[in-house]
Design a binder for this molecule. Structure first.
Ligand code: ADP
Ligand code: MG
Length: 240
């Protein structure tokens, strides 16, 4: 089967410095891959290239086999079928929870109200539908942000350290809930994190990144038990 997302030889330079170097990987529908690595290794830049808000100096990006970046093709961000979630949830403060979730669905879209209601149900926010973001806790805002990102049924979800603003106790619950919702939706997920624990907990596959390169890719416990080198081993030794 065609991978949902396929990235080949992705490269990005800033002022002559290669920040993303020959990055290649694929993600299937329903699969969660974690781009894991220390701060500054190029994770967010990679995500921005895939989202289409930045363009690579080389390499290809395909969604369901369709070129997004390849040869002369440059598909704009809004036409890539990609949903985004960042630490800074950026819900619209003047809109209710339900309006936030419906935002990416044009008025008149068939089944719009049902889709919003279904997503609110699945993230456990039905009874907060009429509230505004400032009336919600951080965890609740996170749930709404997830529902909003999923509303237009993106082929791929890109998540950049989405849980780092949450306190420890809440974070585990939200991670598990988020994973369950994403799995039920069948979206391909690329989750960026600098925390080995988070990647171990959430990933089907870990892409270990360092200095702009993927230095190792594999199932969480395969990488954990067989780190590619001492630096990878040391990185995972922080696991708690
Ligand atoms: P990460 O998300 O892994 O912490 P980033 O992808 O944000 O890393 O950044 C990787 C490197 O690229 C960093 O050294 C950062 O300073 C640099 N960088 C990112 N964006 C730009 C930019 N627009 N101009 C110049 N340098 C950048
Ligand atoms: Mg980053």
């Amino acid at each position: 089967m065609e991978p949902r997302l396929e990235v080949g030889g992705l490269t990005r330079r800033f002022g002559g410095r290669e920040v993303v170097r020959d990055v290649s990987f694929a993600i299937a529908a329903g699969q969660v891959s974690c781009l894991l690595g220390p701060s500054g290794c190029g994770k967010s830049t990679t995500l921005r290239l895939i989202a289409g808000v930045d363009l690579p100096d080389g390499g290809t990006i395909r969604v369901d086999g369709r070129p997004m970046v390849e040869g002369a093709v440059r598909v704009p961000p809004e036409k890539r079928g990609i949903g985004l979630m960042f630490q800074d949830f950026a819900l619209f403060p003047h809109l209710t929870v339900a309006q936030n979730v419906g935002f990416g669905l044009p008025k008149g879209t068939p089944g719009r109200a049902e889709r919003v209601a279904d997503l609110l149900e699945r993230v456990g926010m039905t009874r907060h539908a009429g509230k505004h973001p400032h009336e919600l806790s951080g965890g609740e805002q996170q749930r709404v942000a997830l529902a909003r990102a999923l509303a237009p049924r993106p082929r791929i979800m890109l998540m950049d350290e989405p849980f780092s603003g949450l306190d420890d106790r809440l974070r585990d619950d939200i991670r598990d809930e988020t994973l369950a919702v994403l799995k039920a939706e069948g979206t391909a997920v690329l989750l960026v994190t600098h925390e080995p624990t988070e990647a171990m907990r959430m990933a089907d596959e870990i892409l270990l990144m360092r200095d702009g390169r993927i230095v190792q890719a594999g199932a969480p416990y395969t990488i954990y038990n067989n780190p590619v080198d001492l630096r990878a081993a040391a990185f995972f030794s922080d696991l708690n």
